[in-house]
Design a protein around this ligand. Structure first.
Ligand code: SF4
Ligand code: SF4
Length: 368
């Protein structure tokens, strides 16, 4: 039997949803408004939409998507830079599949590939090492996106490249860290939040203790959640309980995989090769020390150091992804949603990504 089966059991899901609604009604009666929770993780956004949890709870709990999808927060300039890099012959660009259709200022990587540039989709940064070995006369550049879930894999690729003595492999680093963006959102104060549904996957690396700043410095409760309907509902229930009891605590509701202090070897791999640096988030802007770049000793693997390129300032569009990932707008409020912008013809990254909020609304919550 699938070990996850009880977590998606329809009877249990229905009972869990009713329990959440019961508690949410108490909250509404007490405060005169719905509780507002932000799901940080893009996979949660997709799971909440796909399983119908978001629609079922919409009259009782306001669930808003946050900046947790690595594709959605990749800056236009990054895509433009990769396209510019690909124009020189003798270079192979490698990236994850989701990045191919993210629009840059003018084009996507997919369009550049269609024009004959050597851009390849890989499933892991380690796959690009193989490509580098097979093409010793070419430069192989990996587009390094991702949160703490993916960053250890990037560090492992650097370690492996070092071991194999590869000199034709480098990474264009544009990684993102969860804590700085949560701090930036809370400090901007643009949106009222009652709590965070914290990411299950990222927390495997970070551990529960990494979120203590939320409770201690911002008096903000948070619950680390799994991805199945019963798990999501259980975590929302626990958030509601914390709010009703006026407690700012962090609860680990995904204890099967998330520990107190996270994955020590992944953390030490990251700190061996990488150090914090300012990062630009699409739709949010620059956030101090919100990304990781290669340390001084490993600059030979840093594509930004190896290839000096210039790109024009990003082009403004009517896309409201920036507001969507800050919880200030829902996809339907964008005039392009389901008109000019669809998954087949995305204008913004939130419609491209398999974890994007606009794609989630388009596929599972759209009213015909
Ligand atoms: S990287 Fe992990 S935490 Fe971030 S959106 Fe993807 S699954 Fe969620
Ligand atoms: S509907 Fe498209 S254009 Fe509008 S915010 Fe979403 S991704 Fe951006």
């Amino acid at each position: 039997m699938d070990s996850m089966a009880p977590f998606s059991d329809p009877v249990l899901s229905k009972q869990s949803a009713e329990a959440v609604i019961h508690l949410a009604k108490q909250y509404i009666q007490l405060t005169g408004r719905k509780p507002v929770f932000m799901e940080v993780c893009g996979s949660h956004t997709m799971a909440l939409a796909k399983t119908g949890v978001k629609t079922r709870l919409k009259d009782y709990v306001r669930l808003i998507a946050g900046p947790g999808c690595p594709v959605c927060v990749t800056d236009q300039k990054t895509i433009d830079s990769m396209i510019s890099l690909s124009k020189e012959s003798g270079r192979i660009l490698c990236t994850f599949g989701d990045m191919m259709r993210v629009p840059g200022s003018k084009h996507s990587l997919l369009e550049a590939k269609t024009e004959g540039k050597d851009i390849r989709v890989v499933y892991s940064p380690l796959d690009s090492l193989q490509i580098a070995e097979e093409n010793p006369d070419k430069e192989v550049i990996f587009l390094g996106i991702g949160f703490e879930t993916t960053i250890p894999l990037l560090a492992a690729a650097i370690q492996e490249a070092e071991l194999r003595g590869l000199t034709n492999f480098s990474v264009w680093m544009t990684t993102k860290l969860v804590e700085p963006v949560l701090r930036a959102l809370l400090e901007a104060g643009e949106i009222h939040l009652d709590g965070f549904l914290l990411p299950g996957h990222v927390s495997v690396v970070l551990g529960k203790e990494s979120y203590s700043f939320l409770a201690e410095e911002y008096r903000m409760p948070g619950v680390i959640s799994g991805f199945e309907p019963v798990q999501l509902l259980s975590s929302i229930y626990k958030l509601l309980q914390l709010c009703l009891e006026n407690k700012s605590e962090i609860i680990n509701d995904y204890p099967y995989v998330v520990s107190e202090s996270g994955n020590a070897s992944a953390k030490s791999l990251m700190s061996k090769y990488l150090q914090p640096a300012n990062e630009v988030w699409r739709g949010i802007g620059a956030i101090p020390k919100s990304g990781l770049v290669l340390k001084e000793n490993y600059q030979t693997f840093d594509a930004k150091n190896k290839f000096k390129i210039h790109v024009d300032p990003p082009r403004k569009t009517k896309c409201r992804c920036g507001e969507v990932i800050r919880g200030l707008a829902v996809p339907e409020e964008c005039i392009l949603f389901n008109k000019a912008c669809t998954p087949a013809n995305p204008i913004g990254p939130c419609m491209v990504s398999s974890e994007g909020t606009c794609a989630a609304h388009y596929h599972y919550m759209r009213e015909e």
